[in-house]
Structures are given as structure tokens and as C-alpha cells.
Design a protein around this ligand. Structure first.
Ligand code: GRF
Length: 218
């Protein structure tokens, strides 16, 4: 299953996907990594593995719509089955959504619908909740509002700040995202408007991740 990954930052989720692919735990092929920022470390990660990289900076376009259209045009040229937002810090617009209906997925560092938007770990620490986690969901026109595919929970410890919580959440992301991609590649998710997991599982299968798509899930 060909995927294009969009990333703006350090790319630890991209690294997790690439390492899972190399280890035979994630049946996808990352055909290109596209960023909105030339300095994104994710680009170097991809280049080191011989993966095609491109930058589509909003600075080069007259407005957001023109940037979104150029991004859609570029990503379409790689003919991916799925587009993965892995730390992509911009909201994709109507051109991207029309080019890949129900086929753009995002990883968010909270148990949506709690704590959408920016600084989700900080929001969770401030709310004094005792569990947070990560969500892989389909991207729609809202901010972190699309249908949820899978979630994994982590505890919030008494001494946590946003940084330590985010580090713990990222360890969960690094297992959840490759697991979900592999499950999609194996046909264990029906995508579309109301995606659902159609793989084998029972309500006893997983305590901290649902559905149990993680390679090491019980
Ligand atoms: C992740 O925590 C992800 O949930 C959020 O942005 C962060 C990206 O981290 N959308 P990285 O660049 O993959 O390390």
C-alpha cells in the first residue's frame, strides 16, 4: 500500500513507521515525504533512506487555497492509496480533502474528542485528568474532528508536565500509527465516512489500545 507522509517537524512518527516497515511489521511503502518547511528533520530521515522528498511552503503561494491546491497536485502525482499526516502542522484544505476523500489520516496526541487543536498534552495536564493518549483518525474539514480509527491510552503521573506527558504519548503513537497503517493495508479497517475495524477482536482483547492493532497487543 503506497502512502505519502506529510510532516513539519522532527519526524519521530515517520521514523517509527519506516522502522516498522523495515522490520516487516508494517505493510506499507512510503513513496514520498512532503513538508511545508524546508528545515523539517523528517525530510533528512526520508532522504537517508532514499525516499523522495518535497517541500511545498505556503510562502510561495498567494493564499491558503493556492497552497492547498499545489499540495494536492503534488501528492496526487505519487498516486498514494493513503496520505498520512505525521506531525503536519497545517490544516489541509478543500483541494486535499477532495483529492483524497476519507483517505487522509492524522495522529493526534490526545484521546479525541478531548483536547483537540494545539498543545494537547498541555491541555490534558492543565485539566488534571488521569489518562490521556493518542488518536489516529480520518481527516475531515474540522480540526481533529474526523472519524476515529484507533486510540491508545497512557497514564498522567502526578509529576508530569506537558513535555514528559508528550514523550509518553509519543511512545504510544510510535506503536499505534504503524499498527493502524498495517491493519489498513491488510484490509482490517473499512474506511469511508463511518470507518470501522473488521478484524478479529473481542472486548477482552485490549485494555489500553482499541482496536488491538498494535503488533504487541495481547
Ligand atoms: C505528534 O505528537 C503528533 O501527535 C502531533 O505532532 C507530533 C509530531 O511529532 N500531530 P513527530 O514530528 O512525529 O515527532
Amino acid at each position: 500500500m503506497n502512502v505519502v507522509v506529510l510532516a513539519s517537524g522532527r519526524g519521530s512518527n515517520l521514523r517509527a513507521v519506516l522502522e516498522a516497515v523495515e522490520a516487516g511489521r508494517c505493510g506499507v511503502s512510503v513513496t514520498a515525504v512532503v513538508s511545508d518547511r524546508e528545515s523539517a528533520a523528517a525530510l533528512e530521515l526520508a532522504q537517508a533512506r532514499g525516499i523522495d522528498t518535497r517541500v511545498v511552503s505556503p510562502k510561495g503561494y498567494r493564499d491558503r487555497a493556492a497552497w492547498d491546491e499545489a499540495l494536492a497536485h503534488l501528492v496526487l502525482s505519487f498516486e498514494p492509496r493513503l496520505v498520512v499526516l505525521a506531525g503536519f502542522m497545517r490544516i489541509v484544505g478543500p483541494s486535499m480533502l477532495a483529492a483524497f476523500p476519507g483517505r487522509i489520516i492524522n495522529v493526534h496526541p490526545a484521546l479525541l474528542p478531548a483536547f483537540p487543536g494545539m498543545d494537547a498534552p498541555l491541555q490534558a495536564v492543565r485539566a488534571r485528568v488521569s489518562l490521556s493518549g493518542c488518536t489516529v483518525h480520518i481527516v475531515d474539514a474540522g480540526v481533529d474532528t474526523g472519524p476515529i480509527l484507533a486510540q491508545a491510552a497512557v497514564p498522567i503521573l502526578p509529576d508530569d508536565d506537558a513535555e514528559s506527558l508528550h514523550a509518553r504519548i509519543q511512545r504510544a503513537e510510535h506503536r499505534l500509527l504503524p499498527g493502524v497503517l498495517d491493519a489498513i493495508a491488510r484490509g482490517l479497517f473499512e474506511l469511508g465516512d463511518t470507518p470501522r475495524f473488521v478484524g478479529p477482536c473481542s472486548s477482552d482483547d485490549a485494555m489500553l489500545a482499541w482496536p488491538p492493532v498494535l503488533p504487541s497487543a495481547p
